[in-house]
Design a protein around this ligand. Sequence first.
Ligand SMILES: [Zn+2]
Length: 99
Amino acid sequence: MNRRPRDGHTDWCGQDHRCGLGEHRSDEIVVDVAGLSRAVLVRVRTASGREHAEVRVRVALASSDLAARRQLVGLLGDLRHAVTRAALTAQPRPGRAGR
Ligand SMILES: [Zn+2]
């Protein structure tokens, strides 16, 4: 993912008002599931050259507080698992550095 930017932008950069202050930002990728949940992903390259994924998630909660709390516990557990898995994937594996 170390493509060189053309004209100062990456090939995936949205090149509008969101791109600035040393960051390049892609258009939003929206995943909408039956109006009950929605995720918005933006690819970002910071001024240091490091790339990140920004993800914003919206999930419809149950009307009862207890059920909503259970949903939140499950959601946070799932997010923790997803973020951990993605972070570990970004780490070079022993013996494979530089490939
Ligand atoms: Zn840009």
